[in-house]
Design a protein around this ligand. Structure first.
Ligand SMILES: [Zn+2]
Length: 73
């Protein structure tokens, strides 16, 4: 399972990997330094791919590194 997460004052959304504790964000984003917004979505792979394709989450672009890791799975 993946979660698309946005944080306050962070332009890009990131994709959080629920299944990989060592690499939750492919880009190494440190969420402990930021406050998460409420708009995260729990999505399976096919659904999050659709969300990425549409950049559909609250008008935010999605981190390219996180997206690249998602598509390489
Ligand atoms: Zn990222």
């Amino acid at each position: 399972m993946y979660t698309l997460k946005r944080f306050e004052k962070v332009e890009l959304a990131h994709i959080f990997n629920e299944n990989n504790p060592d690499k939750r964000y492919a880009c190494g984003f440190d969420e402990s330094k930021y406050k998460m917004e409420k708009s995260s979505l729990k999505l399976d792979l096919s659904k999050i791919r659709i969300a990425v394709a549409k950049s559909a989450n609250a008008n935010s672009a999605i981190c390219g590194i996180c997206v690249g890791a998602l598509y390489s799975n």
